[in-house]
Design a protein. Structure first.
Length: 355
C-alpha cells in the first residue's frame, strides 16, 4: 500500500526533453511510428573476454510498436546473468490482510492535508496553467483536484502521453520476461530496496506534510514538459524505436524533471526520518556491484539501463566502469569497429585473391 503513495511520487521517470527559454505552448498531437521496429543496438562493457551487453531503455515509447528483439534474444541465449535497471524500491513487510487495512490510510495520504483542493494550495498562476491542461487531457475529472500536487501532475502527464499515442512500459519488459522464462533465467536484483518498518506511522507522517518548494518545482516542471515538450518526447521515442542512436545522441539532454520530483519526495520529513538520504549514490553503487559481479562470473551478461544515462553518463555509471579498466562501446562505436575489422580483412585477402 505504501507503493501506492510513495510510488506515485517517484514515478515521473519518463525521459523528458531539454529546457528552452519561454517556448510557446504546444497544442498538437505528436506523430509517432508504429509497427515492427528494431530499437537501438546494445552497449558493450568488456574486459578479459567477458562482456556485459546493456540495452538502453526509453520511456515513453510509441504505443503501437512491436519491438524486434532479435539481437537481445541472441545475447540472452548465451547470458549467465540478467541485471535490471538501477532504481529504488520502497516497501514494507506486510501481509495481504494488513495491507487491506492500510488501504484507507494510503488513499488519504494521496490527498492534500485538510481536504484542500489544488486551487487552494497552488499559486494562482500555476493553478491556471494546470486547469487549462487538466481540461485538455483529463476532461471533467474533478477528483484529481483533491490530490497532492505530485500525484495530480503525474496523472496529468500520463493522460497527455496517452493522447499522443505514447506509453510508459509494456513494450520491452514483456519481451524480456518471455525470453527469460523460456531460458529459465531470473533477473539479478539491482534496485536499492528500502523497507519501512512502521507503514501506518509513515503514512500518518506523510499525510501531515504540507506543500514545499520542491513540490512546486516538480509540479511546474512537469507542466512545462506537457506544454512544450511533447513533440520532442515523441521524436526521442521514435528515434529509439527505429534504432537511431546518432539522433538520440544529437538531441538535447533531458530535463532534470525526475531529479526535481525525486527530491521533492526525499525532502519530506517522513522520508528523511527513515534514513532515505544519499539515494543517488546508493542506487549507483548497488547496480555497479551487481554489474562487476556478473562480469567476473559470466562470459556473457545482459542488463538494461535508461538510454539517457548511457548517452550522457549523467550519474557516472560508465565512467566508474571505465576507471576500473572496462572497455565501453556504444552501439554506433561497435558498428564502426566491426566495419574497420571487415575492411582490414578485405585488405589482407586482396593480394591472395589477385594471385
Amino acid at each position: 500500500m505504501l507503493a501506492l503513495v510513495f510510488g506515485s511520487a517517484l514515478a515521473i521517470a519518463a525521459p523528458l526533453g531539454a529546457q528552452e527559454a519561454d517556448p510557446p505552448v504546444v497544442d498538437m498531437e505528436a506523430v509517432v511510428v508504429s509497427g515492427v521496429q528494431p530499437g537501438p543496438g546494445l552497449w558493450r562493457v568488456s574486459r578479459d573476454g567477458h562482456v556485459l551487453y546493456i540495452l538502453g531503455t526509453q520511456s515513453p515509447l510509441p504505443r503501437d510498436i512491436d519491438w524486434d528483439a532479435r539481437e537481445v534474444r541472441e545475447v540472452l541465449a548465451e547470458a549467465g546473468a540478467v541485471l535490471g535497471s538501477p532504481g529504488i524500491s520502497v516497501g514494507a513487510d506486510i501481509g495481504f490482510f494488513r495491507g487491506l487495512t492500510l488501504a484507507p490510510a494510503a488513499l488519504k495520504a494521496m490527498r492534500n492535508p485538510g481536504g484542500d483542493t489544488l486551487d487552494e494550495v497552488l499559486p494562482p498562476e500555476l493553478y491556471a496553467r494546470w486547469s487549462v491542461l487538466r481540461q485538455r487531457y483529463m476532461g471533467r475529472d474533478r477528483g484529481v483536484e483533491k490530490k497532492r500536487p505530485l500525484i495530480a501532475v503525474y496523472e496529468l502527464y500520463k493522460a497527455a502521453l496517452e493522447r499522443n499515442r505514447l506509453r510508459q512500459g509494456g513494450i520491452v519488459g514483456p519481451v524480456l520476461a518471455k525470453e527469460m522464462k523460456a531460458r529459465g533465467l531470473k533477473s539479478t536484483p539491482t534496485v536499492l530496496s528500502l523497507k519501512i518498518d512502521d507503514p501506518r506511522q509513515a503514512l500518518a507522517d506523510f499525510r501531515g506534510e504540507g506543500l514545499k518548494p520542491q513540490d512546486l518545482e516538480c509540479f511546474a516542471g512537469t507542466l512545462d514538459v506537457i506544454e512544450q515538450d511533447l513533440p520532442r518526447i515523441a521524436a526521442r521515442a521514435n528515434a529509439w524505436a527505429v534504432g537511431d542512436v546518432a539522433a538520440l545522441r544529437a538531441m538535447p539532454q533531458n530535463r532534470q524533471q525526475l531529479a526535481d520530483c525525486m527530491d521533492a519526495w526525499m525532502q519530506t520529513w517522513a522520508a528523511r526520518k527513515r534514513g532515505f538520504t544519499d539515494i543517488d549514490t546508493r542506487i549507483r553503487d548497488r547496480w555497479l556491484a551487481a554489474a562487476e559481479k556478473a562480469l567476473a562470473e559470466h562470459r556473457v551478461s545482459f542488463a538494461t539501463m535508461g538510454i539517457d544515462t548511457l548517452l550522457h553518463d549523467r550519474d557516472g555509471y560508465l565512467a566508474a566502469l571505465a576507471a576500473k579498466g572496462y572497455r565501453i562501446q556504444a552501439p554506433d562505436e561497435v558498428e564502426e569497429t566491426d566495419e574497420a575489422a571487415d575492411a582490414v580483412l578485405e585488405d589482407d585477402l586482396e593480394p591472395e585473391a589477385a594471385s
